[in-house]
Ligand binder design. Structure first.
Ligand SMILES: [Zn+2]
Ligand SMILES: [Zn+2]
Length: 235
């Protein structure tokens, strides 16, 4: 298989991707996610499936983008495996509340992987663990040892999920993705109230003077045209 290969600091992860080393990729994902859990595993698998279908391996220079439709644990698995992150401007977040990702090349040629597991999937597969989860996480009850036990169980369930066949987990289809243009580089303007530098398109005017958004007191966040998008380039 011929990949657009990752070079530089991501080459190690790139090799794991090419080798299909899902367990090792999951361990890498745990390093940034902070714990092992089922949807981190699903994100690792979905990201791997997408980059493998597309034969890309991002070096984090916006040659490949990932569009995630949820900000759950899933998205951290995606970031590690695809190399498309919040910080390198290749992660686009569309807040649709769906466990799905589209990985696409710059020309829009992409693959969308959506998770088709039913909500009750984990309840049926892991009733004990889900009862523990309910008590510790949802109801904030449970002792310190319940918490420790949950983290161990969650880890086991997560790694187990790596073995579920893709056909049971995913709907995969080729798509033509709508990719925003490259992030522009903007000049900075000093806020007249707090004195901090602000990226020019985020500056607001107050009494004829430039201010940052918090100092403007007007708005916290401005939606882009396509939903909440971490990477906005429309000024
Ligand atoms: Zn998690
Ligand atoms: Zn300010």
């Amino acid at each position: 298989m011929e990949y657009t290969s990752a070079r530089g600091p991501r080459s190690g992860i790139g090799e794991l991707v090419e080798a299909g080393a899902l367990v090792k990729l999951m361990k890498k994902a745990g390093e940034i996610h902070g714990h092992f859990c089922p949807f981190l595993a699903v994100g690792v698998k979905a990201g791997w499936r997408a980059v493998t279908e597309l034969r890309v391996n991002s070096a984090g220079m916006e040659d490949v983008v990932a569009i995630v439709e949820t900000n759950s644990c899933f998205s951290d698995g995606i970031q590690v495996v695809t190399g498309c992150t919040f910080g390198n401007n290749s992660l686009i977040y569309r807040d649709y509340g769906k466990t799905a990702v589209t990985v696409a090349r710059r020309n829009g040629k992409g693959v969308r992987v959506s998770v088709k597991l039913k909500g009750e999937f984990l309840n049926e597969r892991e009733p004990e663990t889900m009862r523990l989860f309910q008590a510790v996480v949802a109801e904030r009850k449970g002792s310190e040892s319940d918490r420790t036990r949950l983290m161990e169980e969650w880890k086991r369930v997560g790694f187990d999920m790596l073995d579920i066949p893709d056909a049971e987990l995913f709907e995969v289809r080729k798509v033509k993705a709508d990719i925003p243009s490259y992030a522009r580089i903007f000049t900075s303007v000093k806020c007249s109230v707090c004195g901090e530098d602000v990226m020019e398109p985020r500056v607001r005017m107050k009494s004829g003077k430039p201010v940052c958004i918090p100092c403007s007191g007007r708005e916290y966040y401005q939606l882009s045209g396509d939903g909440m998008c971490l990477r906005r380039d429309n000024g």
